[in-house]
Ligand binder design. Sequence first.
Ligand SMILES: Nc1ncnc2c1ncn2[C@@H]1O[C@H](COP(=O)(O)OP(=O)(O)OP(=O)(O)O)[C@@H](O)[C@H]1O
Ligand SMILES: [Mg+2]
Length: 477
Amino acid sequence: MLDDTFLTPAQIVAELDKYIIGQHEAKRHVAIALRNRWRRLHAPADMQKEIVPNNILMIGATGVGKTEIARRLAILADAPFVKVEASKFTEVGYVGRDVESMVRDLAEQAVSRLRQRRQEEVKAQAAQAVEDIILDALIPPMKAPAKDGGSSPSLGFGIGISGERIAGDAVPGSDQELNERTRERFRQKIRNGELEDRRIEINVSQGAPSVGIMGAPGMMDEATMSGLQDMLGSMMPKKSRKRKVTVAEARKVLLDEEAAKLVDMDEIKEEAIRQTENAGIIFIDEIDKVATASSGKSGGGPDVSRQGVQRDLLPIVEGSAVNTKYGIVNTDHILFIAAGAFHVSKPSDLIPELQGRFPIRVELQSLTKDDFYRILKDPKNALTKQYQALLASEDVQLTFEDEALLKLADIAAEVNSEVENIGARRLHTVMSRLLNDLLFDVPDKIAAGAQLTITPQLVEERLRDMVKNRDMSQYIL
Ligand SMILES: Nc1ncnc2c1ncn2[C@@H]1O[C@H](COP(=O)(O)OP(=O)(O)OP(=O)(O)O)[C@@H](O)[C@H]1O
Ligand SMILES: [Mg+2]
């Protein structure tokens, strides 16, 4: 996201097309919003501050792809992304500033993404360090001068191994050499995996002791609290403990530790804040649930609390400084995408200030029978492909006749209109109903090597009665 080349709007739409069928309007809007962020970062510095993100409000029934679009967008953008349900903030026990937790979560996500990547980058180096530690535990190195006391301080020293006695009392002077040779031999053995079950003693750090802080609720916010805990934790001496483990286990335990030592956390934090502020995307789902349909009348408790959530959201969406464990995050340029079905309430039921903060409205289309057919077939992660992959692992080949897919799409649309419209989610239930018996019978009754074809007749057989019987489809499909 923050580098020099970035997908063009058309390319973004093309990428989204690989996973999401239809919804062209929505795709276009999110593509523009994403590209605009890149454009902003390449604008003159004084202008950068002025350009505000085009926050988007997606309106559409359940299961038509709202969440999916936002999720895929974040992957494309390679950006920190969190999804929250607005309604959760109306739950009992939440207080105003908890709404800020979405920003803290975003920063947390940015940090852990970066940390993971950096650790991946230093993996080879960490593996080398681990090998050295294991080797030192097996055959402690000799110090050149007659100085006493084993290897580097963090390693502990003089760790004996069961069996094999090395470096005997050879000719003085060649001790050192012999030790080196032996170590090289053992290094080779470690690499060849010959010593995996050998037990060695290693020092493992036990992590910072957790420090409990008591405080009257409300005196401190979450960020201050956890920041304080972290700080106190890091002030306590890091404890390490000796453990006897096999070489294989030691490698597992030590690898993370060594990788962590090799990454610079301060640098990561700084970069994470930068990414959070400039590339972060917060997806606020179920925003319609905090809209109050009947404004004007002095509503009861729930209305008050819903409006309260909207008021709490306002400064965050508008741009404010949020205190996180990693530093202050400015929310001015975070992209917010809100979504809701708006069956009961309307976007105009949101408080005006908040409406104004989501200038781009997109309506997602209800999915048709035809869309369902394509959703079954086309996306990279299409359901049919998922089931094919599952069965391929048992060496069973599954094919769907086109007519069968058309029929499935038809049935899904029918159940949606008869029972309840849950959009493309219906395809999951229909599909699982259709294939359950097969999935159970492989490999016991249907052996590896089998080729299964789903015909329209089979679909008819397995599903038609159920669709006709409203009661049954209500519970099962
Ligand atoms: N247009 C579409 N193309 C492909 N798959 C889709 C489409 N719409 C929905 N799906 C699939 O249906 C499932 C549900 O979609 P999604 O989570 O995006 O629904 P939603 O619109 O966010 O609904 P809700 O309002 O209930 O949160 C996902 O597994 C997604 O893959
Ligand atoms: Mg959703």
